[in-house]
Design a protein around this ligand. Structure first.
Ligand code: GTP
Ligand code: MG
Length: 435
């Protein structure tokens, strides 16, 4: 009789490979890319990563991806880590053709997932709402379909282009493709019904004219942590890639009494499968419709610039216009070393439309809220009036508030205090008066 512990599902042992093509097109260091691939693997349920490596690939082999030597080396390694049980899963962090996949699976005796397949698996695991499930299914089908097409072209070539018409492979693949197409049509129809319902909700919300503020950013940047801190919600936030999949919205009242709807969304990642971007369009439409975008960045990450560039590209591909007001939120400043943090506060964080914060400790949150308010006032084109106020020298708090709102046009030290010339909206004036 097996012990209960043995019958319990044991984790799948996975080996992670990042193929380094050594081309200048990729912005990233291969070691960091490997780290991210391992984090992606951990985002799957019940996975045990037994090892990981960067495999340099001077010239990818069309049929086998890796050279013979490399394959043997990895194969031996898989045996070793598997302890004679046979490795179960190899995650290859890049595109793998269906032919390469089949050949490698045979040679190594494992199941192989490429980057797109892996991300699809994670999304499938996370999807909770009807819309999310449908979107992931749609993306998975689109992915499967391209793989069928490519496998088919290959078969055709193998037979020297002869006699493939009516051949067994062709009919089967044609039938599979048709089945997929039919399924896609069915899913699209279901999805459009769900989306319509959501649009009705959005229209209902539009009657209550609260502006929408959307959080976007690389996965694991801290969007949900910030969302929770601002709204008191309890959205799952954890050190795991793609912790959030389904969009969440909450009402939030800013210090100047303005109410907004804050929305938390799915994170982005480099080389996000385009099938997924397409499938998630409807969800991300909240972002497209936003009055203000908060681009949350993990400023403590060594590739924060690359991540920001990826997010920018994805926003572009979604059709987010350049003129949508945007604030960059530099998150996780608590995780920076004191020197770097100082340097950052002296220079970059002074840039316009940048707010340095820690969603974890709450540092910088009041200034962020003021900036959101000011930006919205500007974006929604509220009339601004000139005004003048004299603050006592000791009233640093109210002076800082005014600067945070970006309404100070000039200030002058006098004997009685600081004389400030202001350009502000009625709302900002009222908020100031209430301080
Ligand atoms: N040190 C530090 N860690 C933070 C901060 N904000 C978030 N984190 C951590 O970063 C990890 C990811 O946070 P999430 O809020 O889940 O990130 P997310 O952007 O919602 O991620 P996805 O939903 O996966 O796209 C968690 O472990 C958080 O505790 C911060 O200001 N400082
Ligand atoms: Mg999240």
């Amino acid at each position: 009789m097996a012990e209960p512990s043995e019958t319990r599902e044991r984790p799948t042992r996975a080996y992670v490979i990042h193929p380094d093509l050594g081309n200048a097109r990729t912005r990233r260091a291969p070691e960091l890319a490997l780290e991210e691939a391992v984090a992606l693997a951990h985002a799957l349920p019940a996975i045990e990563v037994t090892g990981a490596e960067v495999a340099r690939l001077r010239k990818p082999d069309p049929g086998m991806l890796f050279s013979k030597g490399k394959r043997e080396e990895i194969g031996a390694h898989l045996q070793a880590v598997a302890d004679g049980e046979g490795a179960e899963l190899v995650l290859i962090d890049g595109p793998v053709t269906p032919v390469q996949q089949r050949n490698l699976e045979k040679e190594w005796g494992v199941k192989i997932l490429d980057r797109t397949g892996l991300i699809l698996e994670i999304f499938a695991d996370r999807a909770r709402t009807r819309e999310g499930v449908l979107q992931v299914e749609l993306a998975a089908l689109a992915y499967q379909r391209t793989r069928l097409v490519r496998a088919w072209t290959h078969l055709e070539r193998q037979r020297g282009g002869l006699g493939f018409v009516g051949g067994p492979g062709e009919t089967q693949i044609e039938a599979d493709r048709r089945a997929i197409d039919e399924q896609v049509v069915r899913l699209r129809r279901q999805l459009s019904r769900v989306v319509k319902t959501r649009e009705l909700h959005r229209k209902a919300r539009a009657k209550v004219p609260y502006p929408i503020v959307a959080l976007v950013g690389y996965t694991n940047a801290g969007k949900s942590t910030l969302f929770n801190r601002l709204t008191g919600a309890e959205v799952v936030a954890r050190d795991q890639l793609f912790a959030t999949l389904d969009p969440t919205m909450r009402q939030l009242t800013l210090p100047g009494e303005r109410r907004v709807i804050l929305s938390d969304t799915v994170g982005f990642i480099s080389d996000l499968p385009h099938e997924l971007v397409a499938a998630f369009r409807a969800t991300l439409e909240e972002v497209l419709a936003a009055d203000l975008i908060l681009h949350v960045r993990d400023i403590s990450h060594s590739e924060t610039e690359e991540q920001a560039a990826d997010v920018g590209e994805i926003l572009d591909s979604l059709g987010v216009e350049d003129d949508v007001p945007l604030i960059e939120v530099w998150n996780k400043i608590d995780a920076l070393s004191p020197d770097i943090r100082q340097a950052l506060q002296n220079t970059d964080a002074r840039k316009q439309d940048v707010q340095a914060i820690s969603a974890l400790t709450g540092e910088g949150i009041p200034a962020l809220l003021s900036a959101i308010e000011a930006k919205l006032a500007e974006a929604l084109d509220e009339p601004r009036r000139e005004a003048e106020r004299l603050l006592s020298h000791s009233d640093g708090r109210r002076r800082a508030w005014l600067h945070g709102q970006g309404v100070v046009t000039s200030e002058e030290m006098t004997e009685d205090g600081v004389r400030l010339r202001l350009l502000w909206t009625d709302r900002q004036k009222a908020a100031f008066e209430a301080l």
